[in-house]
Ligand binder design. Structure first.
Ligand code: ADP
Length: 184
């Protein structure tokens, strides 16, 4: 059985990691083998040493796409949460994956104002102060997905409500087995 790739894209602080962390246990409850490639973690291992220039971001996303395609081919469900700001590189990742398995792109659509208000890592304050170069949404572009499998507005929704919307979309796409009910 092949897996699939669930690719979360959006601004820093949009909620990609938080929502992915809510989706992951539900997939495991359904008996799926899940791996989570989170942008921040990938940058400490697979992409250690890469920065945030266009070239380095492209290399990072190409690597994640390649690894995701291999894992999905081997049967895993791969959750990716990475800003992945460039449409061309997301398309490249999709084409690698789709040689083997479905690719489900989730646009975590949170406005720049809201991300800057949340500022969970204090990065927006530094970016607006000019202390961080090439910061997505402030001093580097974010190209919104044109045709994602799901656009998720997070304003007015809890992370677990957003995760439920992701699960519902995966069910619509026939990618999920039913829940395994424990025997009484
Ligand atoms: P990203 O992975 O997109 O950079 P994170 O998930 O690391 O974003 O951070 C999002 C932050 O926003 C978290 O601290 C989360 O608790 C907070 N947050 C507040 N409201 C929401 C919401 N409605 N949906 C998702 N995250 C939210």
């Amino acid at each position: 059985m092949t897996g699939f790739v669930l690719w979360f894209t959006g601004l820093s602080g949009a909620g990609k990691t938080t929502i992915a962390n809510n989706v992951e246990p539900e997939l495991e409850r359904r008996g799926l083998v899940v791996d989570h490639l989170d942008g921040d973690i990938v940058r400490t291992h697979l992409s250690k040493g890469l920065g945030f220039s266009k070239e380095d971001r492209d290399t990072n996303i190409a690597r994640i796409g390649w690894v995701a395609s291999r894992l999905a081919r081997a049967g895993a469900v791969v959750i990716v949460s990475a800003i992945s700001p460039y449409e061309e590189l997301r398309r490249h990742a999709r084409s690698l994956v789709e040689q083997h398995a479905p690719f489900v792109e989730i646009f975590v659509d949170t406005s720049l104002e809201e991300c800057a208000r949340r500022d969970p890592k204090g990065l927006y304050a530094r970016a607006f102060a000019g202390e961080i170069e090439d910061f997505t949404g402030v001093s580097a572009p974010y190209e919104e997905p044109l045709d994602p499998e799901l656009r998720l507005e997070t304003a007015g929704r809890t992370p677990s409500e957003s995760a439920a919307a992701v699960i519902e979309r995966l069910e619509q796409l026939n990618l999920l087995p039913g829940r395994v009910e424990s025997e009484a």
